[in-house]
Design a protein around this ligand. Structure first.
Ligand code: C2G
Length: 152
């Protein structure tokens, strides 16, 4: 039984996350995912839309994920690798080289990210829609105001 371990924030779950998790699962038999807590997200400089509980629940619902654990800090990886008898640590190549020290405990794999999608770009798109939507409402109200004024 080969156990795979990875970590991430996984906010606004998208196909890039899913590609990564499915590819990691295909490397073994059991996939454990450390989901970053809200507190650890702050240390990572990330402000997620969904809370830890929501993000952990969504990841746990994926058929390719066997177990979800909280990622509370940078230091827990070796302890988790030992505790869960992990054979492979895998993560996106945006972290290339950053976790090579874990080679002491298990195989370390950096997998290519999915291009052109990120939680950050989704958040940006959502905020643009908000702004655009409000601008359209304002324009319509201005137009109606003009009509009402003309009828006076
Ligand atoms: N990912 C991907 N393709 C994307 C976006 C993300 O393959 N387009 C991968 C990342 O490389 C990572 C995983 O999905 O392996 C989760 O990404 P994030 O939620 O951004 O997690 P991150 O902030 O990288 O957290 O201790 C490790 C950190 O907690 C990793």
């Amino acid at each position: 039984m080969k156990t795979i371990l990875t970590y991430g924030t996984f906010d606004l779950l998208h196909v890039g996350h899913l590609n990564m998790l499915e590819r990691l699962k295909s490397m073994g038999d059991k996939l454990i995912v450390g989901v970053s807590t809200d507190e650890f997200n702050q240390q990572k400089g990330k402000q997620s839309i969904f809370s830890f509980d929501e993000r952990a629940r969504i990841i746990n619902a994926l058929s390719c994920v066997d177990e979800v654990i909280p990622e509370k800090n940078w230091q827990q990886k070796p302890e988790d690798i030992h505790k869960y008898n992990v054979d492979i640590f895998g993560i996106g190549d945006d972290w290339q080289g950053k976790f090579d020290s874990l080679n002491e405990f298990c195989e370390v794999h950096y997998l290519s990210r999915t291009k052109d999608i990120s939680s950050t770009s989704l958040k940006q798109a959502l905020s643009n829609i908000d702004k655009e939507f409000i601008r359209q409402i304002k324009d319509n109200l201005d137009h109606m105001f003009t009509i009402v004024k003309a009828m006076e």
